[in-house]
Design a protein around this ligand. Structure first.
Ligand SMILES: Cc1cc2nc3c(=O)[nH]c(=O)nc-3n(C[C@H](O)[C@H](O)[C@H](O)COP(=O)(O)O)c2cc1C
Length: 210
């Protein structure tokens, strides 16, 4: 599959074959590929809760407008964005900066400067924290869905859910925003895929305001 085929072939599919499982190996490959997404300072503030058990998916579905695909898909992911991933002391931030020091990409002195930059860029307000976590996690989620397509899998992103109810149901700590759910599986062959949706043209996308 060429990259162009992946881009144009990915669709939010409404119907998943409940009989067709996604192997652990394939799921891990998809996640590893998705994790190649870029992130600010390579902080990677994303995590996934992986739901495969029918009962677990139903616990989620009841807070997700009862959308049947949540439980019909063999795997549904709760995508988490760490609003505090930029904070000094966060284990992944520290791991990341240590890796940079070890590889020579950062000096010990620069590390202190980076802490300050992260504070002011990402920690200045609640809105900035959510923006930091969600923009980076959005890239991850998109990479996941394109990786899935390239591996022969189909996906469906969803933000039609009650974030507070999902947080409480799965005991998700307050530092995580939940930007979306992604169902993963195989399109059900007895259903017809809707025609591709319209997209804004290049002219409609490019703007300026001065
Ligand atoms: C962040 C996000 C949230 C979405 N939430 C839902 C949803 O809750 N339910 C749904 O049926 N589709 C949802 N969609 C799917 C979109 O409607 C779909 O991607 C869009 O119409 C374009 O169709 P395509 O992905 O097949 O090209 C969501 C998509 C995104 C990116």
């Amino acid at each position: 599959m060429t990259f162009k085929e992946v881009i144009y072939g990915r669709r939010a599919v409404n119907f998943f074959d409940p009989e067709k499982d996604v192997s652990e190996l394939l799921l891990n490959e998809m996640i590893e590929m998705g994790a190649q997404a870029p992130s600010g300072f390579n902080i990677q503030p994303w995590s996934l809760i992986v739901l495969k058990e029918h009962a677990d998916k139903m616990r989620l579905q009841k807070h997700a407008w009862n959308q049947p695909k949540v439980s019909e898909a063999p795997v549904t992911l709760i995508v988490l964005a760490d609003t505090e991933g930029w904070k000094t002391g966060n284990p992944f931030l520290e791991k990341n900066f240590q890796e940079m020091v070890n590889s020579g990409a950062m000096t010990e002195e620069q590390r202190q400067w980076f802490y300050g930059v992260c504070d002011s860029l990402y920690g200045a307000s609640e809105a900035r924290k959510v923006a930091f976590s969600c923009k980076n996690t959005g890239f991850f989620a998109m990479s996941l869905m394109l990786a899935a397509k390239s591996l022969g899998l189909d996906t469906h992103p969803m933000d039609g859910f009650d974030i507070d109810a999902v947080r409480s149901e799965f005991k998700i700590p307050d530092n995580y925003w939940i930007p979306l759910l992604v169902s993963v599986g195989y399109f059900r062959s007895d259903q017809e895929l809707t025609p591709p949706k319209w997209r804004k043209s290049v002219d409609e996308i490019i703007v300026r305001f001065d």
